[in-house]
Design a protein around this ligand. Structure first.
Ligand code: M6R
Length: 608
């Protein structure tokens, strides 16, 4: 949550930082700001609203400087306003700080500083940081020492970047439980809260670790760890990515672009891993724990939001393909539970960003249990990817729209692969599923080609105020995900339910103003789903359904049908999800909403 960008080097910093903020805007878009240092003077410009507002304001004066930090905010402490926007500064405006995370002991620090004459002008926790550095600077007369002293007083989670007219050739950065990456260029460094802002400039990056403090000048980046003995210059690693993935191209927004990336996403997630001609599944990321995997008799999946729903799909997949009991828990619940664990349990953390605070906390909770911690992560080099023992990358490329779409497709694909690997080939579905995974990109393409039909239906249903999504078996979590997609971008109240639960309560809601989206793709439970649909129709509830191409009978039962190609039970969630993503998309678009930046939300939830 919130985006940080910093630049130091030979180029004019303004444009680089503002472009970086635009690319990180999905992390927060309530307000934004930039601070630059030129000669011995600092300039601070802030604006409420999206980064484009800040860009307009900055372009009026075009401040110069080869050193700058910027921030795009998702409000936690204090409403979106200029005073609450970052960077925050001290009274003399000599120190500027941007911060992601939460300073838990800020009230205590604030009280102490107020007693020493400091005046606060914002409602944020962050504002204590520049004042605290100022306090130590005035006492110690050394900016390095002042920054370190201030850091040691802070508890909570932070990614911090600070610049000062007292140290005009340096960016100071620190990380604790909130990501920071340093891009290494030629005589320049770009600092950011995720690599998206760095990608246009360099592929060489250094991921800061918890308790790392970096002192970055134009041609030097010195890293010191407050807890370990690590100190000095660190070799960067090379990020492998295609820069086009972060550009919109001809699409009007990232959500539509990312939905349309489904075929490529499945392909990338399976290439080199699914080898049907050799009847083989190859997951390089799990090779170093191959032996341990043989002894796993229970799996607990932890995740949030869409990743949690992908986990629920994974539960059906792993249990039915590999025969290992799986439990899926919301990371936010898991971390506060006190449940027994055996060492033969494996934890799988699923996360697109790899930075979700609750999922990280869930992994930290089991750190000392001696259990195997695996990751299904999209963002390469992210915190979860680094803290797990092994894992399988989704390789979906950066996902920028707040509503997760291609990441769900990649997660379910990867969970199929993990289930197959854990089955050790002992399931008769092995070969057919390998072959189907190879055929799936084409089928996803077919679903995307039906976008106009999905749009037509979406427009018909756009004015309803409530929506129910139902499914059975592996389609049940897909129904949950369909409801989440609709509510988060169109603000229509939507609930996902197991179809079998209708008579246990939800049916009471049904009338002609309460439509149901039923997943009615053929399987051994189709007749039962039909019964649920009949019950809804008997109460005048409009029903729209997803069905297989071959199932033309369903036409007589429901008001509208959206068809998907025939596929295996295990891969249906992928095709069904694409339909639901497009359905939600077209409703939100028709309502004129910003589909990429839904209200009140941010892409990575890096605070609890
Ligand atoms: O990055 P993660 O996958 O860990 O994020 C989890 C959720 O925050 C995320 O899926 C969220 O629910 C999305 N807005 C859903 O579209």
């Amino acid at each position: 949550m919130c985006g940080i960008v910093g630049y130091i080097g030979k180029r004019e910093s303004r444009g680089i930082v503002l472009d970086g903020l635009s690319s990180l805007e999905y992390r927060g878009y309530d307000s934004a700001g930039i601070a630059l240092i030129e000669g011995g003077d600092g300039t601070l410009i802030k604006q409420v609203g999206q980064v484009k507002g800040l860009i307009k304001k900055v372009n009026k004066t075009k401040p110069k400087g080869n050193l700058a930090i910027g921030h795009t905010r998702w409000a936690t402490h204090g409403a979106p306003s200029i005073l609450n926007a970052h960077p925050h500064t001290n009274k003399d405006e000599t120190i500027y700080v941007v911060h992601n995370g939460i300073i838990e002991n800020y009230t205590e620090i604030k009280t102490k500083l107020i007693s020493k004459g400091y005046v606060f002008i914002s409602d944020t926790d962050t504002e204590v940081i520049p004042h605290l550095i100022d306090y130590y600077w005035k006492n110690l007369g050394d900016f390095d020492k002042a920054f370190y002293k201030a850091l040691k007083d802070l508890t909570g989670a932070y990614a911090i970047a600070a610049i000062s007219t007292h140290a005009k050739n340096t960016i100071y950065a620190a990380r604790l439980s909130s990501p920071l990456v340093i891009g290494v260029g030629t005589d320049e460094y770009i600092l950011a809260s995720d690599p998206t802002a760095i990608m246009p400039h360099t592929k060489k990056v250094i991921f800061l670790e918890d308790y790392d403090v970096a002192k970055i000048s134009k041609n030097n980046c010195y890293i010191h760890n407050l807890k370990k003995t690590k100190e000095g210059i660190q070799e960067p690693e090379l990020l492998d990515y295609d820069n086009n993935v972060v550009l919109l191209g001809d699409y009007p927004n990232f959500m539509l672009k990312e939905i349309n990336e489904a075929p490529a996403t499945i392909k990338t997630a399976t290439t080199g891993r699914v080898l049907s001609s050799q009847n083989l599944i190859k997951l390089g990321g799990l090779e170093n724990v191959e032996q341990q995997l043989k002894y796993i008799d229970r799996i607990v999946i932890v995740a949030c939001g869409t990743s949690y729903y992908a986990g629920l799909v994974g539960e059906y997949l792993i249990e039915e393909i590999a025969g290992i009991p799986v439990e899926v828990q919301l990371a936010s619940e898991f971390k506060y539970r006190d449940e027994p664990f055996s060492r033969s349990t494996a934890i799988i953390a699923i996360s697109q960003s790899g930075e979700t605070a609750d999922t990280i906390a869930a992994l930290k909770k089991v750190e000392s249990y001696g259990v195997l911690r695996l990751g299904v992560v999209n963002a390469v080099g992210s915190t979860i990817a680094r803290m797990t023992d092994a894992g399988v990358y989704c390789h979906a490329g950066p996902e920028q729209a707040v509503a997760s779409t291609k990441a769900f497709i990649a997660q379910v694909t990867v969970l199929n692969l993990i289930a197959l690997l854990l089955s050790n080939g002992r399931t008769k579905q092995f070969k057919p599923l390998l072959m189907e995974l190879e055929a799936l990109p084409e089928k996803a393409k077919t679903v995307l080609e039906s976008a106009e039909a999905i749009k037509k239906v979406a427009l018909k249903y756009k004015d309803y105020k409530d929506f129910l999504f139902i499914g059975r078996h592996i389609a049940y979590p897909v129904a949950l995900e369909g409801a989440l997609k609709l509510k988060e971008i169109s603000y229509i109240h939507a609930e996902g339910y197991a179809a079998g639960e209708m008579k246990h309560g939800p049916l009471a809601m049904i009338d002609d103003k309460f439509p149901t989206f039923a997943i009615a793709t053929s399987n051994h439970l189709l007749e039962k789903t039909y019964s649920n649909i009949e019950e809804i129709k008997a109460r005048k509830g409009p029903v729209l359904a997803i069905a297989n191409n071959s199932n033309k009978d369903i036409n007589k039962l429901v008001d509208d049908v959206l068809y998907i190609p025939e596929t295996l039970e295990q891969t249906k969630p992928i095709l069904e999800a694409i339909v639901m993503q497009l359905f939600a998309y077209y409703i939100a678009e028709a309502k004129g909403y910003n589909v990429d930046r839904p209200r009140n939300l941010a892409k990575s939830v890096t605070v609890e």
